[in-house]
Design a protein around this ligand. Sequence first.
Ligand code: FS2
Ligand code: SF4
Length: 554
Amino acid sequence: MFCVQCEHTIRTPQGDAGCTFARGMCGKTSEVSDLQDMLVHLLQAVSTYAVAARKVGVVDAEIDAYVPQAFFSTLTNVNFDAERIIDFSRRADHYRNDLRARYEAACAAQGIVAETLPAAAHYRLPDAKTVMLSDALSFALNRQKKDVGEDVIGLRLLSLYGLKGAAAYMEHARVLGQTDSEVAGRFHEIMAFLGTQPADAGALFQCAMDIGTLNYRIMEMLDKGETETFGHPEPTRVNTQPIKGRAIVVSGHDLHDLELILQQTEGKDINVYTHGEMLPAHAYPAFKKYKHLVGNYGTAWQNQQKEFAAFPGSIVMTSNCIIDPNLGQYGARIFTRSIVGWPGVTHIDGNDFTPAIEAALAQPGFATDAAPVYTTTGFARNALMGAAPAVIDQVKAGNIRHFFLVGGCDGDKRERSYYTDLVAAAPKDALILTLACGKFRFNTMDLGDINGIPRLLDIGQCNDAYSAIQLALALADAFGCGVNDLPLSLVLSWFEQKAIVILLTLLSLGIKDIRVGPTAPGFLTPNLIATLNREFGLRLISTVEDDLRDMLAA
Ligand code: FS2
Ligand code: SF4
């Protein structure tokens, strides 16, 4: 087992990083980790054939959708079920064989000599799991470290993990009807390129930037899918405390699943709560008609074992992040969807949520109403653009001095209190934009307003990073300067691979001086960190006092 993709990876006092023993910090077993390496290898083989096949006019939308979807299952806190990873691999093997046959037939029909593709593209999935696991050792992501050096491995992982994040956003967009053959083609090209185990540092660095550029387009598609399906989010106050009655809590990012659950629970006397990254759903006009969508329950992913154990209803995980449900003994009333999996947990395929509804009805629900505590969400692209003229006036009048984007993932490291402290210590004439699950550290704070403009603006999920970029571009346009010249500081918290790709997206747009924390990715070597600092001014967070002083001075 070798996995170093998330912020919780094991680090030794000698500075080595990576989960390499029987189980990762997230609970992923070495078996699942190795099988995921094998799945990635097979998906790269599918993409290699997809690239070749496109050249002779063979394009398959089903396979284009499948590769990012299956790749998504290998992100942190998504799928811990070895049998599901093997199923994904079998389907990948089938798709590669199918594409190969169609590619060779098209070549023959067109009188073209079929390309000789790399040996890796021909890897045949064995039948027995024991053989899969022994094969997987040769797919370990650090296997060539001695030959190519740790900087090249670090750049490969930056690209691979960034592409995982992009794959997740492609799948989120696809669920909402947004696909694009050009985007899929580019995605396959990058998958195939990484499958060649490239060792040219310059080409790998460029690959990382290309992934950022591709992801900007994917996030635009996702934004379109969300807003065309559910309307533009509107600033909305959300109760974060329980209401008396039976309950289902819906976690993850998939708004389509939330809609299905709301439709199927209507009139059944079940209250529906959002959790974690689902909180911003309350702001979409399409969900406001559901009176039984009563509020948000709980906070960020790392607190779920305690929070779900205390939740007297059923739980649906529509995407990341799931962690071990057995610890809190709620394994029988949690349900997974799509790419999410946990061994022994009921997986709901299709659009019928009856198992989750019945589990909710079998639970006692909340006995009483708790005193409400509110948070406000819904400051996505449209709302921000609507507020932009007022914001610009307040900047010109000297009432708004600075903007902070404090966004990203949460996690359980103590150092993450930095983000709470930063928001609390930001000067009163600063606006704070936030997104993703890191906001639970401060989203019930009352930061007041600046002449009617709330100081804390929750843009939405990590999926809504596109909205933040649009606001920055609009402000730069209004002030006739570049984004880097705005009084805007980006302070990101990272945990998993969606955050990696958002960072690559920002870098590919030329955005500089971003601060990232709480620690540097374990796969980045000191050389690579120095390069990113030199090229983009990217740096780690330090202390709230020092960072605030520097950001405000800049
Ligand atoms: Fe939070 Fe987890 Fe959004 Fe990440 S719920 S860290 O996967 O995707 O942000
Ligand atoms: Fe370790 Fe993170 Fe990989 Fe889990 S996802 S095995 S915690 S590096």
